[in-house]
Design a protein. Structure first.
Length: 583
């Protein structure tokens, strides 16, 4: 177990190192304050699209600091989670400390998930497979990135993995204890993230596949026995989920106290007329479920209908692409892991549990990916995070198979070494990882942007870089919700996608000699080329000929014709408007 402890310690250390250097990500600015308000005031008005459990965990982590809740501000009265969050974190001058403390519980959750990956892999195919799976988990750059963010993606990955593991054990040997564990794991999903139906579907697919297997083998007695127990488990999950929901919402039906909120919109405005809306309205009106939960589910259903910009292969458009997530998997998953998975037909691993494990790992992963592709909410690889523990377990099986053949051990060492080096080269900026197919983290933003590489996390890195290079002033276009003022960035603000930040000084011009810092999401125009919106014009002088140009076009020109002289992490590029830096 020493190797397990070492790998988990390495994972936790890398996560804490990254957490200590990064500013708040886009969503943390609202999740952390919203969770603290829920915990201290039992008021659920903020961030209706965010399930309550993880924000409350973040709030619990910062509660010993006793930060002030600015409930006197209009943002609180209006249910404005972004405005309230910005005031909460940065209005009292301790945003950096609050974000750091809020992240620590999520590091612990990631370590628990790593341990679960090891134990499940060991149960399936032995200790060597367990070590290999944990190695792949502990050094996975995407998991390292999200292991310390006060967000929901890592948490729902933990819940999904535990639920599938518990369900698989229950289906192998249906006992009361295993059924209780499976019900408990599944019951936590609805308060962890409102995309929880995907977790239920993954577990149901495994159960139905095993039930179908019994029927195809004409083992009708086993099928009837398993079917009956599955019905009991379904009932237990429903009851447990209902109780957990009310407990986490403090047994309060209303979102908040007075005054009445204009936000979130009622269910009738969010969900199309039909059976689903009828059920949600009935649950709300008859107080069968907390209002906050009903509003959250309604907002989640409404998400695909919103004008959400997506970016892929240099092009931004609303609505996304059906193939967005397969491309994201191809470009942001480390190539050694992809090669291990692709070796499955050619390198036969341990045969114990081979067929049941295929059902428990590959089938739910495939179904999850298919549903994510159909949903088309294309803003980041992070929405595929629940797949990664399953891929690490299967990849660990293949690595163990290579290690088990003496002649193939050098290949195993090469792949695992390549994997570790690839992660180390991007550290501590794990979120910006891209594999060699995308040209690495330096060029990945040309293929995928937004939370794939730029979530506002490198603001502190920009401040350190400005101090190190002696930059007295940068014209800055920021994508994020953290405070450049608190970070100490010597900025003059350009147009930006940064809600709530009120810059001290702004400009609408670029001139020769300027130093320009740009978040890559703004550089490639993900949210600055909105369909139907009037272009934001600015004065630019790139070649000694001043002219008026739309901001998005100016950024595209900068990206195409100038090379950056420095980078804050990989998400903020710095340019000098001088002839020697032209391409």
């Amino acid at each position: 177990m020493l190797a397990v402890a070492v790998l988990l310690l390495l994972h936790v250390s890398a996560s804490i190192w990254s957490a200590s250097r990064e500013s708040a990500t886009y969503d943390e600015t609202t999740i952390i304050p919203g969770g603290y308000a829920r915990l201290m005031l039992h008021d659920y008005r903020l961030t209706p699209v965010t399930a309550p459990l993880m924000p409350m965990l973040a709030g619990l982590a910062i509660s010993p600091l006793r930060p002030h809740l600015p409930v006197e501000e209009p943002a609180w009265k209006n249910g404005d989670g972004w405005g309230f969050g910005y005031s909460f974190l940065y209005g009292q001058g301790q945003g950096r400390l609050l974000v750091w403390r809020a992240r620590l519980p999520f590091v612990a959750l990631s370590a628990i998930l790593g341990l679960a990956v090891f134990l499940w892999a060991r149960q399936l195919w032995g200790t060597t497979c367990g070590f290999a799976a944990l190695f792949l988990y502990a050094l996975n750059p995407e998991l390292l990135a999200h292991s310390h963010y006060a967000n929901l993606d890592l948490a729902i990955s933990l819940v999904a993995t535990l639920a599938l593991w518990a369900a698989w054990n229950f289906l192998r040997s249906p006992t009361f204890g295993r059924g209780a564990l499976a019900a408990a794991a599944l019951a936590v999903a609805p308060v962890t993230k409102y995309s929880f139906p995907l977790v239920f579907v993954m577990a149901a697919v495994v159960a139905l596949a095993i039930l179908l297997d019994h029927l195809l083998r004409h083992d009708h007695r086993a099928a009837r026995r398993l079917g009956g127990r599955l019905l009991m488990l379904t009932g237990a999950v429903a009851i447990a989920s209902w109780l957990v929901l009310w407990a986490v919402f403090g047994f309060k039906a209303a979102n908040g106290t007075t005054p009445a909120l204009s936000y979130p919109p009622p269910v009738e405005q969010l969900v199309a007329e039909g059976p689903l809306r009828t059920v949600l309205v009935a649950a709300r009106d008859h107080r069968l479920l907390p209002d906050g939960f009903v509003d959250g589910v309604a907002n989640m259903i409404h998400l695909p209908q919103t004008i959400q910009m997506s970016f892929l292969f240099g092009r931004a458009k609303p609505g996304g692409w059906w193939y967005y997530f397969p491309v994201a998997l191809l470009l942001k998953t480390p190539l050694p892991l992809l090669l291990l998975l692709l070796s499955t037909p050619f390198i036969r691993g341990p045969q114990a549990y081979a067929r049941p494990a295929l059902v428990a790992l590959a089938l739910p992963a495939a179904v999850y990916l298919a549903l994510a592709m159909a949903f088309r909410f294309n803003i980041g690889y992070r929405h595929l995070l629940p797949l990664l523990p399953l891929l690490c377990i299967w990849g660990g099986r293949q690595a163990a198979a290579l290690w088990g053949r003496r002649g193939l051990r050098p290949i195993a060492l090469l792949l695992l070494g390549w994997y570790a080096v690839g992660t180390w080269r991007v550290a501590p900026h794990f979120l910006s990882f891209f594999n060699e197919l995308a040209g690495g983290p330096t060029y990945g933003y040309h293929y995928l942007a937004d939370s794939n590489c730029d979530w506002g996390q490198d603001l502190e890195e920009l401040a350190r870089l400005c101090r190190r290079l002696g930059l007295q002033r940068v014209k800055f276009s920021y994508f994020g919700t953290a405070s450049p003022d608190e970070a100490g960035v010597p900025y003059i603000a350009l147009p930006r996608v940064a809600c709530c930040w009120r810059p001290r000084q702004e400009t609408m011009s670029l001139q020769q000699g300027d130093v320009v810092a740009v978040s890559v999401t703004n550089l490639v125009g993900v949210y600055t080329r909105l369909p139907g919106a009037d272009p934001l014009l600015m004065s630019v002088d790139f070649d000694g000929k001043p002219q008026m140009m739309p901001f998005a076009d100016a950024m595209a020109y900068l990206d195409k014709h100038y090379r950056p002289f420095a980078r804050a992490g990989y998400s903020i590029l710095l340019f000098r408007l001088e002839p020697k830096y032209r391409i």
